[in-house]
Design a protein around this ligand. Structure first.
Ligand code: IFM
Length: 451
């Protein structure tokens, strides 16, 4: 392996609802996740993100830890409802001031901000008007993004419009496992479309405003492989790929939804979103980069009882599993990078998330020796190096995640952090993986093949 290119970005990622806490502080408005997580039974152990890592009140400490980690870049998301508590209207100065402190604190420490505009915490007031099922939400999103572009002009030069719109659309509106907890497949297709429109409008506003910097979108992508060699499982894997990967990649890079999936959904009698040619053009405007979040290969088995997709996933296929029950499949990262590069040609790719969940606690010496996480990161980074060697333009890698945080509908059960957070005292303790990643970043990856 030749090593990572000069200027390669080494970072960590977080998301507002997962770490900030301060749910009622500084004029923040209610979000769909506040509402959803307070309904008993929605989140494991009935946990919620009211306090999370309390980063809202530990900002300086967290910034200092990032500095100690030595990352070049920090990817975080802005909580829309801190800026516009009801989704639109007048900006909330206290909320804006919080992100000013965050952005300026990063810049003072020579860390580049990578700002995600939407990581799932929709203002509840917008949900009350139909949320992502309502095309108007895309316009409100554009207005919110434009406000941030103007406000951070020259200070923030890397933006992602949406994080993993698949999760918002399908687990959010089809299975109902995630906020807003709706169970209606057609609603999910509509939400996916409005999310993509919001993305397109934000890109257009960024270009028209002539803001310095780059903008893209982050998708959760992973190879969908058949569990067995049977024809049924092979077809199910292709359908799974269409459902989760191509349903977003195709409109973003080709301007239309995948025809096989559109037909399949129509055959199931689903009501399809209204899509115009203009929508296609808006959604497929060129992005400066594609963000890819990768965790595992999804092994897929046909199952006719699951309507309408007709498959099941979540199998280990003989691989070791993380605490979250994700199979550990590093070569899947190389495969998805090579495939996306070959089929869609994004100008540049950032791996905007990659990491592993385990349940760890300090040992008798107060240390957290998370060797399993180090192994996971090591093997996956190695595969990134291989993909670069195969010509894929990967420009950066961000570990998910910085702090042990609120992991959505599994509450605090799944811990992905490089830093342990004591849930009672909020004390932060860097794990062994923190020092390991610091060395990797400082050596621009060379530490991976040096003993
Ligand atoms: O915690 C999430 C994150 O918010 C989005 N990507 C996957 C992570 C791990 O499940």
């Amino acid at each position: 392996m030749e090593g990572f290119p000069k200027g390669f970005r080494w970072g960590v990622t977080t998301a507002s609802y997962q770490i900030e806490g301060g749910a009622k502080d500084g004029g923040r408005g209610e979000t769909v996740w506040d509402r959803f997580s307070h309904i008993p039974g929605n989140v494991l152990h009935d946990d919620n993100g009211d306090i999370a890592c309390d980063s809202y009140h530990h900002l300086e400490e967290d910034l200092d830890l990032l500095k100690e980690l030595g990352v070049t870049s920090y990817r975080f998301s802005v909580a829309w409802s801190r800026i516009f508590p009801k989704g639109y209207g007048e900006a909330n100065e206290e909320g804006v001031a919080y992100y000013d402190r965050l952005v300026d604190g990063l810049l003072e420490r020579k860390i580049e901000p990578f700002l995600t505009l939407y990581h799932w915490d929709l203002p509840q007031a917008l949900q009350d008007e139909g949320g992502w099922m309502n095309r108007k939400t895309a316009e409100h999103f554009e207005m919110y993004c434009s406000y941030l572009f103007r406000h951070f002009k020259g200070r923030v030069t890397h933006y992602m419009t949406l994080n993993e719109p698949w999760v918002v659309a399908f687990p959010g509106h089809y299975t109902g496992e995630m906020a807003p907890g709706i169970r209606d497949f057609s609603a999910a297709l509509q939400a996916a479309h409005v999310l993509l429109l919001g993305h397109g409008l934000a890109i257009k506003a960024f270009r028209e405003g002539g803001y310095p910097g780059e903008i893209g979108i982050t998708l959760n992508l992973c190879p969908k492989e058949p569990l067995t060699d049977s024809r049924e499982d092979c077809e199910a894997a292709i359908r799974h790929d269409g459902y989760a990967n191509r349903w977003f990649l195709d409109p973003l890079f080709r301007g239309h939804y995948p025809e096989d999936m559109w037909r399949f959904y129509e055959e199931q009698g689903l009501s399809m979103p209204e899509v115009t040619e203009e929508d296609g053009r808006l959604v497929s405007q060129p992005v400066d980069f594609l963000g890819i979040n990768y965790y595992n290969i999804d092994f897929t088995k046909e199952d006719k009882s699951v309507w309408p997709i007709q498959f099941k996933t979540g199998f280990s296929a003989g691989n070791a599993m993380t605490h979250y029950q994700m199979p550990i499949t590093p070569d899947g990262l190389r495969k998805i990078l090579v495939r996306v590069h070959k089929d869609y040609h994004p100008a540049k790719i950032y791996i905007t998330e990659n990491g592993a969940s385990y349940q760890e606690h300090p040992d008798r010496n107060g240390e957290i020796l998370d060797e399993a996480r180090i192994d996971y990161l090591h093997t996956h980074l190695w595969k990134v190096g291989e993909a670069i060697g195969e010509g894929v333009p990967v420009a950066g890698y961000f570990v998910w995640t910085f702090l042990d945080d609120f992991e959505w509908n599994t509450g605090f059960e799944n811990q992905f952090g490089l830093v342990y957070v004591d849930r009672k005292t909020m004390e932060r303790t860097p794990k062994k993986s923190f020092s390991w990643y610091r060395e990797v970043a400082a050596s621009n990856g060379k530490r991976l093949w040096e003993k």
